[in-house]
Design a protein around this ligand. Structure first.
Ligand code: B1M
Length: 212
């Protein structure tokens, strides 16, 4: 039986092969994908963040652990995104300009998909102009922006201002999230919703379109 601490440790060590092997083994043993994520992978990557912050890890370690985590999340995708529910609506999402973190965004996407959302992922480092153009061309009900760096949070506010300037603000509900963000900040920049994690992003999205 896989001990989920081993999954955390493999992420901390940036050992992609071991991370993937352990995740596959855990799924094969019937451990739910959410449990593998919440009790194995996420604690591991948070430990990596702590080690980076305390100066024990540097950028190369952050990179290899981030890569191991991303590949493992991809492995969980088919299980976590499986949905038997009718379409909840269309959701456009991206990581804000200057920011390349996408693991949390990708987990959020999986949970949204599992709950019936049709998600268009713009990717990372998305400028206000790119967000505006996607909102203009598409027919999404919600625009979600993810920001992982204190330094890139202002890009979400700039995007909201750009949407206003382009006359597109009222075309969508806007949600924000990402580790350094808060409900207070979301209110401050004029977003309609904030979620601290992927499961609550699903609830907030439903509430924004009046289904919760
Ligand atoms: Co970076 N990094 N990083 N990093 N990195 C952090 C974020 C940091 C906190 C590490 C630390 O110092 N402890 C720190 C930011 C400090 C700050 O500004 N507050 C940091 C830094 C400084 C940097 C660089 C500047 C380092 C450097 O170059 N010197 C650099 C910046 C690059 C850039 O973006 N321009 C950098 C680079 C990287 C890597 C590329 C190496 C890699 C990212 C790989 C990738 O994403 N593909 C990386 C990683 C892996 C991390 C940590 C270790 C892990 C991030 C992560 O995946 N967390 C991170 C430390 C940490 O988080 N403890 C760190 C797990 C994930 C599941 O959580 O993303 O918060 P999270 O997502 C959650 C919720 O926030 C929420 O749901 C998710 C799931 O529950 N959520 C949403 C997220 N988006 C949402 C959107 C929503 C709703 C909810 O609605 C739209």
């Amino acid at each position: 039986m896989v001990n989920l601490n081993e999954v955390s440790n493999a992420v901390v060590e940036g050992d992609e092969a071991a991370t993937l092997a352990l995740v596959k083994k855990a799924l094969g043993e019937g451990v739910p994908a959410r449990k593998v994520l919440d009790e194995g992978l996420i604690p591991g990557i948070h430990k990596v963040g702590d080690l980076f912050e305390s100066g024990e890890y540097f950028l190369p370690e952050l990179l290899v652990s981030g890569e191991a985590m991303s590949k493992a999340v991809e492995l969980l995708e088919p299980v976590l995104s499986k949905s038997n529910v009718p379409s909840a609506g269309k959701y456009l999402i991206g990581t804000v300009q200057g920011d390349v973190h996408d693991i949390g965004k990708n987990i959020t996407i999986m949970m949204l998909k599992a709950n019936g959302w049709e998600v268009t992922d713009l990717g990372v480092d998305i400028s206000p102009k790119e967000f505006c153009s996607a909102v203009e061309k598409g027919d999404c009900q919600i625009l979600g922006m993810s920001a992982l760096l204190t330094m890139t949070m202002p890009a979400a506010a700039e995007t909201i201002e750009a949407l206003k300037g382009a006359g597109l603000r009222d075309k969508v509900k806007i949600m924000v999230g990402g580790a350094p963000t808060t409900q207070e900040w979301a209110n401050e920049i004029g977003a309609d919703g904030y979620a601290p994690d992927a499961p609550s992003a699903v609830k907030v999205a439903a509430a924004l379109v009046g289904e919760y």
